[in-house]
Design a binder for this molecule. Structure first.
Ligand code: SF4
Length: 414
């Protein structure tokens, strides 16, 4: 039997609807950028998108653009451009690849959507809940485009969330309204914010339902599907169109569950992924695991766009809670508790930790977490060394050897 026959991954038909959603999204931004209307706000991926939408901005997310630099394998070639400006090869390779692309005058939007350049910002709005790198990244572009950069500073390594955390972030969110109003020329309308928060909460709920389908045996979904269909949850939260496309995706996954159709042929091993994806290797890794009858079916990463705390009746406090209780913001103890629950829920046999060289913020295996979790749960783990975008830091041979040995180890435990 040749490899093509052995490796069977069932493609999601509705991924095409998600691709169309993303095409419409980028074309909308391109038109607005050329026309100068509506105004455009750049936002970090877990930044205050609801406020920006409610104030009338179209919202652009540079991280999603930089992930495209990863999936199109353009990133490694562009990173040295940013290094030459003093942005170290050791820092976030989303930042360095994205700035490198701008300096080189290229974007994957050209090949994929026939769009010449990224949209110009009227304002850049960050939240440091995920890392400091986003602030540095936005400041660089703010200077380049002579656009204001404003943001929210969030506490990090939080164990239990307290009222003090929530109040601090909620007040910073409210303080954004005045500068945003001056830039957009719009007056803040609470009813509009409540409407957007409701849509965002609905998007989060349906995204959660989609990801939760992976708890079925066999799982109808893989982590690699998740990374390719997550666009609407990131860039479209707060819009009706994101909800519409996710209704279709969910219906397809529910059909699969009814028919007991797994995403991976003959699923024997169920794997959980922690940390960033390796964007330039999604397909290679999907095939590697599927070829060993293993399904990497859930992750801390895709679940990071679930914001169950959002409440349209209390927009500011609930946004503050939703964007502060995120996995990436929390202490190791809180993260371990979360992962332990997920291992149960998704009926997981093993965990893969991605030690992503340029993203210590979303790498969780450097301070003993794998060992502590294995002691509590008995579930073994594997650490893969690599990077989200810089493929010079990825060894395909080493990854393959490690994954094969890990699956053998899982087999021996049965
Ligand atoms: S969380 Fe990691 S990948 Fe994301 S912007 Fe920050 S450093 Fe970069």
């Amino acid at each position: 039997m040749n490899d093509e026959k052995k490796i069977l991954i069932k493609k999601l038909q509705t991924a095409a609807d998600v691709s169309q959603f993303m095409a419409d999204y980028y074309h909308g931004l391109d038109q607005a950028s050329k026309a100068g209307n509506p105004k455009i706000a750049w936002c970090t991926s877990v930044g205050p998108a609801e406020i920006l939408r409610a104030m009338g901005f179209l919202v652009y997310f540079p991280e999603t653009h930089s992930a495209m630099l990863g999936t199109t394998r353009m990133a490694a070639d562009l990173i040295p451009e940013a290094n030459a400006l003093g942005y170290s090869p050791e820092i976030c390779s989303y930042l360095t690849a994205d700035i490198g692309a701008f300096l080189r005058g290229v974007t994957p939007l050209t090949k994929v959507y026939k769009i010449d350049s990224i949209p110009k910002p009227d304002v850049l709005v960050f939240n440091t809940n995920q890392c400091r790198d986003v602030q540095d990244w936005f400041n660089w572009y703010g200077t380049k485009f002579k656009a204001p950069v404003i943001g929210i500073y969030t506490h990090r390594n939080i164990g239990d969330l307290t009222e003090a955390h929530i109040t601090s972030v909620a007040k910073q969110m409210e303080a954004l309204l005045e500068p945003l109003g001056k830039i957009s020329g719009k007056t803040f309308d609470m009813a509009e914010l409540k409407r957007v928060v409701k849509l965002s909460r609905d998007c989060s709920d349906i995204w959660k339902k989609i990801l939760d389908t992976a708890s079925a045996v066999p799982s109808p979904l893989t982590f690699y599907d998740g990374t390719t269909i997550m666009g609407p949850a990131v860039v479209g939260r707060g819009s009706q169109s994101a909800l519409d496309v996710y209704q279709k995706v969910l219906a397809e996954l529910e059909d699969r569950i009814r028919n007991r159709e797994g995403a991976v042929n003959d699923e024997h091993y169920r794997i959980y992924w922690d940390g960033m994806p390796i964007w330039g290797r999604l397909s290679v890794h999907a095939k590697l695991f599927a070829g060993l009858n293993a399904n990497v079916l859930a992750s801390t990463y895709c679940n990071s766009w679930i914001f169950s705390a959002l409440d349209p009746d209390d927009p500011f406090n609930s946004m503050a809670r939703a964007y502060t209780e995120l996995f990436i913001v929390r202490s190791d103890q809180a993260k371990e508790e979360y992962i332990k629950n997920m291992l149960d829920f998704f009926k997981v046999d093993g965990i893969v930790y991605h030690d992503s060289k340029t993203c210590p913020n979303n790498t969780n295996c450097r301070y003993g977490m794998p060992q502590r979790l294995e002691k509590i749960t008995g579930i073994p783990s594997l650490t893969i060394h690599g990077d989200l975008n810089d493929l010079r830091l990825v060894s395909d041979e080493q990854t393959k050897t490690k994954v094969e040995a890990f699956i053998e180890q899982l087999e021996e435990r049965r």
